[in-house]
Design a binder for this molecule. Sequence first.
Ligand SMILES: Cc1ncc(COP(=O)(O)O)c(C=O)c1O
Length: 327
Amino acid sequence: MEVRRERCERGESILDLVGNTPLVEINRLRDGLSPRVRILAKLEGFNPGGSVKDRPAVWMVRDGLRTGKLRAGKTIMDSTSGNTGIALALAGTVLGYPVELVMPENVSTERKKIVRAYGARIVFSSPLEGSDGAIRLCRKLLEADPERYFKPDQYFNPVNPLAHYESTGPEIWADTEGSVTHFVAGLGTGGTVMGTGRYLKECNPKIQIVGAEPDDAWHGLEGLKHMASSIVPGIFHEEQLDRKISVSTDRAYEVVYRLGNEEGLVVGQSSGAALVAGLQIAREIDAGVIVVIFPDFGDRYLSTSLWFGWREWQERARAKHAAGARA
Ligand SMILES: Cc1ncc(COP(=O)(O)O)c(C=O)c1O
C-alpha cells in the first residue's frame, strides 16, 4: 500500500493548508501482534494550527460567513479546552474577525500562549469544572450580549462532524486504498469519530468505528471526555459507534512515552489513548488495517502532568473538589 500525501503547494492563505495529513505505520509498538495486522497513525499535528481541530474550526467559521451568522462587527466566541481555540484564533485572524475564548484556567501554558500569539482574548473558567465549566460560562456571556457574538458551538454544530465527513474520511479511504478495516479516535466533542465514521461506513459498512474514552472522570487525557460524567455533546450519537473502549490515563501515558522513545513520535495524551484502544483491537484480530487518529504533537504538553507529577495532580484535584463540595 502506497501512502499518498498531496499537500497544496501554494495556498491563497494558511487555511488552504488544513487537511491532507499523512498516515504513518506504527512499527515497534506491536508486541505479539499478527504480522497481518497493520496500525496506521494519522498525524493531525501536521495541520497549520497543529491539531485535528483545524478542520472543524475552518469549516464552522466559513459556514458562519456563508449563512451570514458571522458578519462585520461580530466576535467569534466559544468554549474550548485548547485545540479548538487555537484553530478558531487562526481562522479568525486570517479572515479578519476578533476571537474570544472561554477555557479552564488550568489548560497548558503553551496553549494559552499560542492562542494569544494569534491575537485572541482568553476568558478563564474554573479549573475545577473542566470543559463543562467553560461551556457554562460561555453560555452565560453569550446570553448577556447575544448580538455581539458568533458562536461556532462545536459541541452542537453539525458542521463539526461534516468537516471530518468531507475531509478526514475521504483522505483515509484514499490513502489506504480502501483497505481500512477499523477506525479509532478519541472522544471529545465526538466530531472526528462521527463524521469520519459516517463517511467510511458509506464506503464499506463493514469498517468498525471505535471511540476511545477516559475510564474515569478524573483523567489526565486533555481533549477527551468521560461521557458518563460530562455534558454529552449534541453531535455525539453513541449508537453510531460499533464499540467504545475505556482507557486509563496511566496506560495512555505509558504509550505516549513509548511512542517518543521507540517510534520517534512525540504526541499528546489523546494520541496515546487512541493507540491503547487500537492496540487492544489489534490483539483481538488476525488481519486488518487499523487507522488511529493522533490529534496533535506533544510539544504543547511539555509543561503538563503528562511529563511530571500526574498522580500528584490527580490527588490534588480530587482533594480540592472534595473540599469545594463540603464548603
Ligand atoms: C488533543 C485532542 N484530542 C482529541 C480531541 C477529540 O476530538 P473530537 O472533538 O473531534 O472528538 C480533541 C478535541 O478537542 C483534542 O483537542
